[in-house]
Design a protein around this ligand. Structure first.
Ligand SMILES: Cc1cc2nc3c(=O)[nH]c(=O)nc-3n(C[C@H](O)[C@H](O)[C@H](O)COP(=O)(O)O)c2cc1C
Length: 194
């Protein structure tokens, strides 16, 4: 059994992203995994201030809920990032959450080229929804995820579900008219079965 922590970076209540997460969560829970979802719409996480207090042994100076999320990050086997596509990348709330990993870094005596510190290494996955569905729709979001979580922090990518063509936010969520919810359920079930 694995501990899976889903970070929801935004989206409407019962919108495309929330529905995608629910199906993924259902699949993973049916396989016996323990899944917790934290919505950054309800739980405030501000961006890093770059004050570097954390580099001098002090807790992060930001007064927000990230402090309560830290033990959940530490206890998780897999962190799943979920977001609607906003202006061709992840939401600002999810970006702010990722910035705060700065205060989780530890000194690394022998870092590899291009990395300066050690991060808590976990598995990770990406769930996203969008209106458009071109071959390049998720390019920036995927690039950011791979650069930051996988290449830089060293997380192990367990996969991505890029749910394009869900309709824009002018209308009702359209993800139920696609195959994405089925795929999310399957993704959750298969996350740890080889
Ligand atoms: C501020 C904003 C920016 C958006 N930017 C894009 C975009 O760049 N590309 C795209 O395909 N869809 C874009 N969309 C549409 C959403 O990504 C899409 O409707 C998503 O599924 C909404 O998720 P939700 O139903 O969980 O709220 C944008 C929507 C909003 C509100």
């Amino acid at each position: 059994m694995k501990q899976i922590l889903i970070i929801q970076g935004g989206g409407r209540s019962m919108g495309n992203t929330a529905q995608l997460i629910n199906c993924f969560q259902k699949g993973a829970q049916e396989k016996g995994h323990c899944v917790e979802t934290i919505s950054l719409l309800k739980t405030e996480v501000k961006g890093c201030l770059g004050c570097n207090a954390c580099r001098y042994g002090k807790p992060c100076v930001q007064k927000d809920s990230f402090h309560e999320i830290i033990p959940r990050i530490q206890g998780a086997d897999c962190i799943v990032l979920a977001s609607p596509l906003y202006f061709w990348t992840i939401s600002s709330k999810l970006k702010a959450f990722i910035e705060r990993f700065y205060c989780l870094a530890e000194e690394d005596e022998n870092p590899p080229l291009g990395r300066y510190e050690k991060y808590p290494v976990k598995d990770c996955a990406l769930l996203m929804t969008s209106a458009d569905n071109y071959f390049w729709t998720f390019e920036q979001a995927v690039s950011y995820y791979q650069f930051t979580f996988v290449n830089y922090m060293g997380f192990h990518d367990k996969g991505m579900l890029l749910a394009g063509g869900c309709g824009d936010t002018n209308g009702r969520p359209g993800i139920d008219k696609t195959e994405h919810l089925k795929k999310a359920y399957k993704f959750g079930r298969q996350l740890y079965s080889d």
